[in-house]
Design a protein around this ligand. Structure first.
Ligand SMILES: *[C@@H]1O[C@H](CO)[C@@H](O)[C@H](O)[C@H]1NC(C)=O
Ligand SMILES: *[C@@H]1O[C@H](CO)[C@@H](O)[C@H](O)[C@H]1NC(C)=O
Ligand SMILES: *[C@@H]1O[C@H](CO)[C@@H](O)[C@H](O)[C@H]1NC(C)=O
Ligand SMILES: *[C@@H]1O[C@H](CO)[C@@H](O)[C@H](O)[C@H]1NC(C)=O
Length: 371
């Protein structure tokens, strides 16, 4: 108890010393003139982000209104959901979630593995699950990754600047805004589109190590993947959920148990993924995606070392802190990919319902694909 008190005191002091230039309520700040009847009127291009120079790198703050909490999920509406129905043609379903025990040792070894306990009782059995939500297939909520310039608490800035202090996230009485319960309440349904980068790379005889290097996938390569899949030039629709199969999971699952268990302790622990760069962000922004997903630890390659618009930033910071866009990671795309190749289609119907945890940071996505 004493230790906890001391920790909270230390955090409060940290927050009091917060130095970043917050946009105060008294200053008029810039938002797009959002009109629910015409959701893309005055839609800013990537070059026009952020709408106000005081906002952090490429933030889309105010684009859905200054108090908006749904961010990129606003791209999903009744008509995009009804249009996605046509992707259900065979009645086949796919679980996109790994077992919660996989990876066997969390890829970031600072994270504790799943604890699963059984509680026998009189005539029935309960079980108890204690988990870090980042260890297996996951949906990163909007409290997970603020902007920061040097990973220090005093530079944290969350989506639409809706959280004043870190204590509102981790303190004894957290606020609820941007909690993962919002995504649960949204009951996410839409059209998924797969880019099978790993399949394309194999067909090109391109070998790469997604497990031990920061191999970084470019948008030029993703355009080539779409062409290889015979997709039309305009293959995305507003509200789409983009899934990229980087090949990380396939490579991980090909390791034996010993190699899987030592992987998290390999030097620096890099992993392959998308290149964190302005051109990647622009390519994604112009597609008006509601969510992005991949079969790897972070969607982008790790460690985060890149510079975006002249500032050290990760895709995580811009997606989650800037656009209010969640990320799904460690998504199991293996069986779905085989089925999509069989039918020669790349779009499918998706449902996602994170756990309804008030003030939650992340959750298993409970994602299902239907074709
Ligand atoms: C719903 O989204 C579609 C794009 O998927 C967009 O064209 C349409 O304007 C949106 N409808 C409303 C009422 O905002
Ligand atoms: C991080 O950056 C902030 C703002 O520039 C600065 O006040 C703080 O001292 C820095 N912290 C570290 C650990 O470098
Ligand atoms: C890949 O390698 C195979 C076997 O060597 C060869 O037949 C094929 O043409 C190569 N494909 C490309 C795209 O280079
Ligand atoms: C990948 O790692 C190398 C070596 O550490 C580094 O020079 C390069 O900038 C990194 N690339 C990316 C995209 O992170």
């Amino acid at each position: 108890m004493h230790i906890r008190r001391t920790l909270f005191l230390a955090i409060s002091e940290f927050c009091a010393a917060k130095a970043h230039p917050t946009v105060s309520a008294s200053q008029p700040h810039v938002a797009r003139q959002y009109n629910a009847a015409d959701s893309y009127a005055h839609w800013p291009s990537y070059a026009e982000l952020p709408p106000d120079a005081r906002y952090p790198t490429r933030a889309a703050w105010g684009v859905w209104g200054n108090d908006d909490v749904d961010g990129a999920l606003n791209h999903i509406n009744e008509s995009s959901i009804l249009a996605a129905r046509s992707e259900i043609q065979l009645g086949r379903t796919f679980n996109l979630n790994l077992p919660l025990e996989e990876p066997s040792i969390p890829i970031n070894p600072n994270r504790k593995p799943l604890q699963h306990l059984f509680q026998p009782s009189t005539g029935y059995t309960d079980d108890v699950v204690v988990m870090n939500t980042q260890i297996s297939t996951q949906f990163d909520g909007l409290r997970h990754f603020p902007y920061s310039t040097n990973n220090s608490v005093d530079t944290y800035q969350w989506y639409n600047d809706l959280i004043p202090d870190y204590e509102d996230v981790i303190g004894p009485a957290p606020s609820t805004v941007l909690g993962v319960q919002q995504a649960a309440d949204k009951a996410i349904v839409g059209r998924g589109v797969l880019l099978d980068f790993a399949g394309w790379a194999l067909a090109q005889n391109l070998t790469y190590d997604a497990l031990h290097t920061n191999y970084s996938i470019s948008i030029t390569q993703l355009d080539a993947v779409a062409a290889w899949q015979n997709m039309p030039t305009e293959w995305s629709r507003p509200g789409d959920i983009l899934f990229v199969r980087t090949g990380w999971l396939e490579q991980y699952q090909a390791l034996d148990a010993y190699e899987q268990n030592i992987l998290p302790y390999s030097k620096e622990g890099p992993s392959g993924g998308l290149l964190a760069a302005d051109e990647t962000l622009e390519w994604l922004w112009e597609k008006k995606l509601s969510l992005v997903a991949a079969d790897n630890p972070a969607f982008e390659s790790t460690p985060f070392t890149q510079v975006i618009s002249g500032v050290p930033r990760s895709l995580h910071q811009v997606f989650i802190g800037g656009w209010g866009m969640s990320i799904m990671e460690f998504v199991d795309l293996e069986q779905l990919t085989v089925a999509l190749h069989d039918v020669g289609r790349w779009a499918f119907f998706v449902t996602i319902c994170p756990m309804n945890i008030v003030s939650g940071i992340a959750s298993p996505p409970n994602a299902i694909a239907l074709i």
